[in-house]
Design a protein around this ligand. Structure first.
Ligand code: MG
Length: 331
């Protein structure tokens, strides 16, 4: 590894190698090593997470970079069973950027903050010469209060079932379609959404939650592979149980993508205690955006640290960690 390539930001294999070799090497500590969606600090009371947003185009069907910047960080907190409380917001703006576009972005941030009941308490604004960034990059960092303790991607076992909260791949497919100038009069739009309300409902229903992870870069494939490794288990999923909408299927067929590897921004994967899986499914399905939630698989010891995809015809294959760079600047 001599220079950084776009694949180093893919949320998959090369991204993991870069993080492990360069950052974990220098920053290593017990909290960071857990590799959770958010750091759990202060004796399990608080969750703490950061994320930067560079999506292109900045406005797309279903959301924009502002909504994404709030959802992204709040969702990582929610994935640790936390209620998002305080956010910071840093923006890097390119000289010449339109003030009315900036106002549109900030207004979508405002409405998403309200949905999460979170406030921005600190911020920073930098303006750089034309060409030094492309339009606008945003970083948000957040602190949340953990309402449900013990959620961890390191403790998934054969007592759990695997669920997905809605149809997958919509964000990745939408960004791809926008970049390619494909017809956007279809109903294809990003799933970008705040997940805290769904997590809160699961907690309120007394569901036994083992692990939660939003399936962003690298998609559901990346999440399941990370879980199989972190918990040292095999995860077996049924292809026909995985919800994919017609528009996403169409784009995948046209371009040879796999929906399981496409990014999502308002879709999460759940490991739920077997006895509670059906109830969790009902709680999710009570939300309009999660009406296609599904139990997609189980945890076994069949192949250590591997993910197995069973087709409806009875064949099976390993589902690998995504490699290469499908779509840079997806989020
Ligand atoms: Mg995440």
């Amino acid at each position: 590894m001599k220079t950084i390539t776009l694949a180093h930001g893919n949320g998959g294999q090369e991204n993991n190698e870069l993080i492990t070799q360069v950052f974990y090497g220098a920053f290593k500590n017990d909290i960071l090593s857990k590799s959770e969606d958010a750091a759990v600090i202060e004796d399990g009371k608080l969750a703490f997470s950061t994320d930067s947003f560079t999506v292109s185009p900045i406005f797309f069907n279903g959301a924009d970079i502002g909504k994404l910047a709030i959802c992204g960080t709040c969702n990582d907190l929610a994935m640790m069973g936390a209620k998002p409380k305080y956010l910071t917001c840093s923006v890097i703006i390119e000289e010449g950027f339109s003030v009315s576009d900036l106002e549109k972005i900030v207004s979508s941030m405002k409405s998403e903050l309200e949905k999460n009941g979170v406030i921005v308490v600190s911020g920073d604004t930098k303006v750089v010469p034309k060409g030094a960034v492309d339009k606008i990059f945003i970083n948000t960092t957040g602190i949340g209060e953990i309402l449900y303790k013990g959620i961890s991607s390191n403790s998934i076992s054969m007592d759990d079932l695997i669920l997905v909260s809605r149809d997958i791949g919509a964000h990745g497919a939408t960004i791809f379609a926008a970049r390619e100038g494909m017809d956007l009069t279809t109903s294809l739009k990003s799933d970008c959404n705040s997940l805290y309300p769904q997590v809160k409902a699961l907690i309120d229903a007394n569901i036994k939650i083992t692990a939660l992870r939003d399936a962003t870069r690298g998609g559901v494939s990346a999440v399941l592979n990370e879980w199989a490794k972190q918990s040292n288990v095999c995860i077996e999923i049924e292809e026909e149980k995985i919800p994919v909408c017609d528009e996403v299927n169409g784009i995948c067929e046209l371009l040879g993508f796999e929906a399981l590897s496409l990014a999502n921004e308002g879709t999460f994967v759940l490991a739920i205690a077997k006895d509670d899986a059906q109830k969790a499914l009902e709680v999710l399905q009570s939300f309009e955006e999660a009406k296609n939630a599904s139990i997609i698989g189980k945890v076994t010891q069949e192949y250590a640290q591997k993910v197995v995809l069973h087709s409806q015809w009875g064949t099976k294959r390993f589902l690998d960690v995504p490699t290469g760079e499908l779509l840079p600047r997806i989020c």
